[in-house]
Design a protein around this ligand. Structure first.
Ligand SMILES: [Zn+2]
Length: 352
């Protein structure tokens, strides 16, 4: 008897391009988000996009509220929930880099309200996916929420964001290579549910980004276009899979562990990029594809060493040897990598 079923949640409107922030109102109307939103933003994004959205909606006779968050924390999520209740918000809009979007996403999940993502930087694939996480003490508070109902990504604004945010977004995409390898391994060894379609889409997204590396340059709006499209495609792969597996493997565990050991030193995307070099070596050995991963990162200006990340060799080794403890996700790290093995892979890949 046939008993399979799946439920794929995708964003309904994904609007990308030059000047599309001006179409925010039309996008909301199109997905029937009526009433007044709470706009969740952070200081710089508030100036470049948040205030403009508020003005646009006020012109249409709506009464949006706006709240600025300073850092990604569990307290900030609680603050936003309180603000939404106080202003009787009908839906939430996250306007910013990763931080404001993650916070708005998590708050809307708790409140059971609609959520719209307006990225002002292309720094990680959370701008389109249903996943969000913020640090909470020594750990992370994560949700797998619904993806945004709509995404409005204005490439004019994103191209003006600091260049390292864009290279971090690129590195997050390049890490899809090792994430998919981990997923296939987990499927073979642990019978973890696997979708060839989602895996292929995720790999193809990384492939296309690497093939277009030449057009990814500071100040070029074309770069913002290429990277945002890749982040959307990666988010769709996660939606199809119904998990973050297509875009998150051991390299992400390594990065989460670095967040604990060396907090605030490097961007998420940059950490997973270096993690992908190490994990590719673990998957395919000294003569394997790790050089291709490293060269792809270098070609878009992303860090490839501990030094470029701004972390110490010891911190890299500590993160690599403890990454498997973070969550119950089977990866190439298996039950853990020994310290001497970690030193060897990090030295042979020139990460340390
Ligand atoms: Zn990521």
């Amino acid at each position: 008897m046939f008993e399979k079923s799946s439920w794929i949640r995708l964003p309904r409107n994904v609007v990308i391009g030059h000047g599309v922030l001006g179409e925010t109102r039309a996008v909301l109307d199109d997905v029937h988000l009526t009433g007044d939103p709470l706009v969740v933003t952070s200081p710089t994004p508030r100036e470049v996009a948040g205030e403009r959205i508020v003005a646009q909606l006020e012109d249409a006779g709506r009464s949006p509220a706006i709240v600025t968050v300073e850092e990604a924390s569990f307290d900030a999520v609680q603050e936003v929930i309180a603000a939404a209740e106080e202003t009787d918000a009908d839906f939430l809009m996250g306007v910013g880099g990763g931080k404001a979007i993650d916070i708005a996403k998590m708050a809307s999940d708790t409140l059971d309200l609609g959520f719209v993502s307006v990225p002002t930087a292309a720094s990680h694939d959370g701008i389109v996916s249903g996943r969000g996480s913020v640090p909470e003490g020594d750990t992370r508070h994560s949700v797998s929420a619904d993806p945004p109902l709509a995404v409005v990504a204005d490439t004019g604004i994103i191209a003006d964001a600091p260049w390292e945010l864009t290279t971090a977004g690129c590195a997050d995409i390049i890490s899809n290579y090792t994430a998919v390898k981990d997923w296939r391994l987990a499927n073979r060894l642990r019978n973890v549910e696997y979708s060839e379609y989602a895996a292929s889409l995720s790999e193809m997204t990384a492939e296309m980004l690497v093939d277009n590396a030449d057009s990814i340059k500071p100040g070029l709006e074309e770069s913002a276009w290429v990277v945002v499209k890749a982040l959307v495609s990666s988010g769709v792969a996660m939606s199809i899979a119904g998990s973050s597996r297509p875009a998150s493997g051991a390299e992400h565990l390594f990065s989460h562990q670095l967040d604990r050991i060396a907090p605030g030193k490097a961007l998420h995307g940059h950490q997973v990029g270096v993690g992908a070099i190490l994990c590719e070596f673990l998957h395919s050995g000294e003569r394997g594809d790790w050089t291709a991963v490293r060269d792809a990162l270098a070609s878009i200006d992303a860090p490839t060493t501990a030094e470029e990340l701004g972390v110490s060799d010891e911190e890299v080794i500590a993160a690599l040897t403890s990454a498997h403890e973070i969550r119950d996700r089977y990866t190439i790290l298996g039950a853990g990598i020994s310290e001497d093995a970690a030193l060897e892979v990090a030295a042979k890949t020139d990460v340390i």
